[in-house]
Structures are given as structure tokens and as C-alpha cells.
Write a protein that binds this ligand. Structure first.
Ligand SMILES: Cc1cc2nc3c(=O)[nH]c(=O)nc-3n(C[C@H](O)[C@H](O)[C@H](O)COP(=O)(O)OP(=O)(O)OC[C@H]3O[C@@H](n4cnc5c(N)ncnc54)[C@H](O)[C@@H]3O)c2cc1C
Length: 565
């Protein structure tokens, strides 16, 4: 459904906007970034010090950019390509020029305000993303158990869908203090957020999303739970998340991460690419005109890291795929944590044992997508009998699950994301080639739209991905299982190292998989900023008193701690 927000707390102009401010770590990253004092300073004696940044996804590039501005010398290592899971690809073939497909992130909530800071900084534009039943989406078809319903708003769907939406709102209200948390997040009322969340974390860490529904009076009906799993909230199709911790779901709904989405015009990968080339106006130590690209001699980042170990003086020594060995006083690791278990040879002494356990326990969702280029947005043609769009954004319980129609205006080539799936639904595609996948998808959609010949509009080969099969990712994004809160807390708080033994300091974890909001680029940005604070602090630097950083305020806003015994 398009909105999870009970009417009582619907956004009005009188209310402050909802942002991804907490609930676990209510720190105002957006204010920190906007402050004229900047993110902090390091002693002049450290200017030019090299810092290894492993991974050139958004988290690594943001971290490197901010370290460069502080006068440090980031050395970025990237195994695949700059952008990581912000991966925008083109199509082969005549007539497909300029068409792109977002294989990873494709839609961004306005509540991602730290991400938005960088989108604005590099001058990228956004436009409304055609989610199910979103205002800008011409039409949506919900196809369940062989029965299709056409809708332009939720009111066009049968009553049972509204009953399900009301059940979800009631369930959130009863089981998760939704309105109070929503208000506290809008008002950035830190004590209130912490009070509500502390109780919920304790109560719900062992609970699955599905168990949470089942315990609610509002969701007594199996049929309602089944429909909810299909159309869910926000972008729909959340039943593949049913086994995950309900805390993960609450983080998404409280912060409206799944609502009001916008896409980046021209593709999201432009963001890290533009940051790579950007010459900041305010920069310490380096001459104006310095960029991450120029610090890497105008070339690409260094290649994949193959070995990480500790050397004398608690240094971090990095070996790359070219066999180059370099030693750093400090490093930031931004790739998915599982890389440290298999693809990179690591010393145990890099991290405390509890952190290793947490990395091993990290649970990733699988995800597959397939896009095809088409000659024009033919879906806007009208059916002669009904006057409806001949094809619509489609949510279904068939193999495709979610189909998205993406156009740049009439009469121009366009793209269709024939299928976007998660978890088991993604694994079903894994052994199939791109063409085999497309054939099954066209068959499914052919059953929903028997009068439409989608194939005749396809002008190039499909492009596809299964993130679980990508050697430098091994999964799409983290999603905690029940009982994982403690692991998550260890990884997120790793940037606070003063209490660690000295021989465990100096390497900082970042990236969306250690954030509280994995699967959202906001988590990549905010954990990068934590790691930047960690590096600055490690090298004897400090923030300006008027702009305290995440580590400075840590004691007041630290994530709830659950007992280990
Ligand atoms: C299918 C999918 C859909 C998504 N949808 C959305 C969305 O709609 N909205 C949203 O906000 N977010 C979305 N996300 C999440 C978003 O893409 C991520 O939060 C963000 O891109 C993660 O950035 P990162 O830098 O933390 O990690 P990554 O992008 O994974 O970057 C890590 C980098 O490390 C590199 N690496 C790995 N191993 C090594 C090595 N040994 N040496 C050197 N480098 C290495 C990798 O190649 C990679 O480039 C989605 C993600 C996926 C996969």
C-alpha cells in the first residue's frame, strides 16, 4: 500500500518532516553535514597521512571524499567498479542509447537526508519513482491467485485490501507505538525515541515479522496475512521478509524508508562517480582542484584487497590483487562483511572475537532483477474496451512478483523491470540465464495481460543480476534475523574504539550492512560518517565544539544494550 501512516499522524505542513533519525542511534547526520564548521579537523602533523578505504561503493567514496577534505590521503581499493550496489547499466543494441537500468538501488525516500546532501552536492536531479499505487504511477494491477485488480488509487481495490491496510496500521499502533514514535522522530525528541525503542528492542528482538503479525488481533485472519504479504506496505511484496526480525521492519516503517520514493535521473551510480571527480571548494592541506581521482593519479582506485593483516605498531597492512603491499595507521572497510570471511585473507587479530561472531552471523537477503529495453511506453496505450492502460505497474504472486514500468516521456524508448524479487523468490531465478528468466517472466505477464504482446516491443537483450551470485557482494543487503540485535549493535558501534584493546583499533567497519537500515543507501552514508569520525579521532583530531560528531554525542544516544547472559 502507498501509505503505512495512520490518518492521525499523516504528514501536514504543520509537522516537521520524517527523516531517518534513529530510532537506534538518533544522531542528526543531516545537520552535521550542513554545518559550516565542517566534520572536524586533524592535527597538521597528520596532513597527507594515507588512509586505506576498502570498497569504492557509496560508503567508501563518501568516506574517502570527507577524509580528503580533512587533509588526509585516502587510498581507495575497489574490486569491481566505483559505485558498488549503486550499479547503473546500459543495454546493447541500436535504439537503446541512453537507456539505463538500476541493478541495485533504484528508489530513494526523501527521509534519506544524509544521502540527499550528497545528491544535491553533486547536482543530481531526482524524479518520482513509479511504485505501486504511488501518486505519479499511472495505474497498478494487483494480481493474486489468478485474479487481477486494476487501480489508480487504493480506493479502486476491493474492500479486503483496505481491511488489510487498516489491520497493518492497527497492528503497528498496538504492537509498536507507531504514532508516538512517528511524532518523536519528526520532533527529534531523543529521550522519547529512546524510551519507546528501548522497550521494543527488549520485547521484540526475538520476534519475526510474521510472528508479530500473528500476535496481533488485527491480523487474526490468515487470508489477510497472505494478502498483506503480497501487497504489503510501501513498495509491496514484503512476505519474503516474514522470517526477519520485526525490528528491521519497524525501522523501515517508522522512518518512511519505503514511501514517497524518487529515482535519480540518469542513474544512481553517477553519485559516487561524481564524488570521485569532484574538486571540493573547501579543502584542507591539498591545493584547490584536488579530487579523489587526482589523488589516484587520475586513474581508477587500486584493485581488490586480497589480504589484511596487523603489523608492528598496530598498523594495518593491505595486500591487493596486483601484489602491492602497503601499510596504514588506519583503514576503513566498507565491503559486505562476509568478504572478510572468505575472499580476503585476514588475521584474527584485526577485530575482537565478538565482532567476528557478529560478521559470521550477518544475514543477507538475496535479490534478482531483470530489465528489458522497449521501443516506447506502450503500456500507456488505452484498451479499446475498458479505456484502461493496457499494462500497469504489477504486483503478483506469480514468479515475477514486482514489475516496474519506467519511461522518459511518450515516443521515447523506455525500460521495463520485468521482475524484482527477494530471498526465495530470487533463488528461483538463480540457475536461469538472462534469456530463460525473460521467457518465464513474459509467460507470467502474458497470463495477466493476455491482450498485450510485450515481446514485440523489446528492442535489445535483457540485463539481469542476482546479487547473491556476485563474487564481491554475496548478497543484496543485510536483514537481521530474530536474536541478531546484539550482533548488529557490535558492528554498528565499532567506530567507538577507545574501549577496545590498542591492538584492535585503527580499522573501522562501515557500509550499509553494518548500519541499522541496510538496503537503504542512507545507511551506507551514515556509517561512512561514523568511520570518518573514528579515523579523525584515532589520528588525534576533533570536531568543532559547535558541530559535535556522532562519536562526540555517542554516550547520550548510544544504541540500547541488551544483556549478553
Ligand atoms: C537489489 C538492491 C536494491 C536496492 N535498493 C535500494 C533502494 O531502492 N534504495 C536505497 O536507498 N538503497 C537500495 N539498496 C541499497 C544500496 O544499494 C546500498 O545501501 C548501497 O549502495 C551500499 O553501499 P556500500 O558502499 O555500503 O556497499 P557496496 O555498494 O556493496 O560497496 C562495497 C564495495 O566494496 C567492493 N569490494 C568487495 N570486496 C572487495 C575487496 N576485496 N577489495 C576491494 N573492494 C571490494 C565491492 O565491489 C563494492 O563496490 C539496494 C541494494 C540492492 C542490492
Amino acid at each position: 500500500m502507498t501509505s503505512t501512516v495512520p490518518t492521525a499522524v499523516q504528514h501536514t505542513d504543520a509537522q516537521p518532516p520524517i527523516t531517518m533519525f534513529g530510532p537506534d542511534f538518533p544522531y542528526a547526520y543531516d545537520d552535521f553535514l550542513a554545518h559550516p564548521a565542517g566534520l572536524g579537523q586533524i592535527p597538521a602533523t597528520e596532513h597527507g597521512t594515507e588512509v586505506a578505504v576498502i570498497g569504492g561503493g557509496l560508503s567508501g567514496i563518501v568516506a574517502a571524499y570527507e577524509l580528503m577534505k580533512m587533509g588526509l590521503k585516502p587510498v581507495v581499493y575497489e574490486a569491481d567498479q566505483i559505485g558498488g550496489r549503486l550499479r547503473t547499466v546500459g543495454f546493447e543494441g541500436t535504439g537503446t542509447d541512453g537507456l539505463t537500468a538500476e541493478m541495485g538501488a533504484m528508489r530513494f525516500p526523501p527521509s534519506s537526508t544524509a544521502l540527499q546532501h550528497y545528491i544535491d552536492l553533486v547536482g543530481l536531479e531526482t524524479k518520482a519513482f513509479p511504485n505501486p499505487l504511488a501518486e505519479s504511477t499511472p495505474s497498478t494491477v494487483v494480481d493474486l491467485k489468478g485474479e487481477s485488480h486494476y487501480a489508480t488509487t487504493v480506493d479502486d481495490l476491493p474492500q479486503v485490501y483496505r481491511d488489510v491496510m487498516n489491520a497493518w496500521n492497527a497492528c503497528l499502533e498496538e504492537g509498536a507505538d507507531f504514532s508516538d514514535m512517528n511524532r518523536a522522530l519528526r520532533e527529534r525528541d531523543v529521550p522519547k525515541i529512546r524510551e519507546i525503542w528501548a522497550k521494543l528492542v527488549e520485547k521484540l528482538d526475538n520476534q519475526t515479522f510474521y510472528g508479530f503479525l500473528c500476535e496481533s488481533e488485527a491480523f487474526k485472519s490468515f487470508r489477510h496475512r497472505e494478502i498483506f504479504g503480497q501487497v504489503g506496505f510501501g513498495t509491496g511484496g514484503w512476505d519474503t521478509d516474514f522470517p526477519n526480525s520485526i525490528l528491521e521492519i519497524l525501522r523501515v516503517v517508522y522512518t518512511e524508508a519505503d514511501d514517497h520514493h524518487r529515482g535519480i535521473v540518469g542513474g544512481s551510480q553517477q553519485l559516487p562517480l561524481r564524488l570521485w571527480d569532484r574538486e571540493p571548494q573547501k579543502i584542507v592541506h591539498w591545493p584547490l582542484g584536488t579530487s579523489l581521482a587526482s589523488l589516484h593519479d587520475g586513474r581508477a582506485p587500486k584493485p581488490a584487497v586480497t589480504r589484511l593483516h596487523r603489523t608492528a605498531g598496530n598498523r594495518v597492512t593491505v595486500t591487493d590483487a596486483n601484489g602491492d603491499i602497503r601499510t596504514y595507521r588506519t583503514a576503513i572497510f566498507t565491503a559486505q562483511s562476509w568478504m572478510l570471511l572468505s575472499k580476503i585473507e585476514c588475521d584474527d587479530s584485526l577485530f575482537p572475537i565478538d565482532h567476528w561472531t557478529a560478521m559470521e552471523r550477518t544475514h543477507y537477503m538475496e535479490s534478482s532483477k531483470l530489465f528489458v529495453p522497449v521501443d516506447r511506453p506502450f503500456w500507456l496505450d488505452k484498451d479499446e474496451e475498458t479505456g484502461r492502460d493496457v499494462m500497469s505497474m504489477t504486483l503478483t504472486d506469480r514468479m515475477t512478483r514486482g514489475t516496474y514500468l519506467l519511461d522518459d516521456g511518450p515516443d521515447k524508448p523506455a525500460t521495463i523491470c520485468l521482475s524484482y524479487t527477494w530471498c526465495d523468490d530470487s533463488l528461483k531465478w538463480l540457475p536461469l540465464s538472462a534469456n530463460e528468466r525473460m521467457e518465464v517472466m513474459l509467460k507470467s505477464l502474458g497470463e495477466i495481460y493476455p491482450k498485450v504482446d510485450i515481446r514485440k516491443h523489446i528492442i535489445g537483450n535483457p540485463v539481469t543480476v542476482s546479487w547473491e551470485n556476485e563474487p564481491y557482494f554475496m548478497g543484496a543487503f543485510k536483514a537481521n534475523l530474530p536474536g541478531h540485535y546484539r550482533y548488529q549493535r557490535r558492528l554498528f558501534t565499532h567506530f567507538m574504539q577507545d574501549d577496545l584493546p590498542t591492538d584492535k583499533r585503527g580499522i573501522f567497519l562501515a557500509g550499509d550492512d553494518i548500519s541499522w537500515t541496510a538496503g537503504w543507501a542512507e545507511g551506507a552514508v551514515t556509517t561512512a560518517l561514523n568511520a570518518v569520525w573514528g579515523v579523525m579521532h584515532h589520528l588525534g583530531g576533533a570536531t568543532d565544539a559547535t558541530n559535535p560528531g556522532p562519536g562526540d554525542l555517542y554516550d547520550e544516544i548510544a544504541p540500547v544494550e541488551l544483556p549478553e547472559d
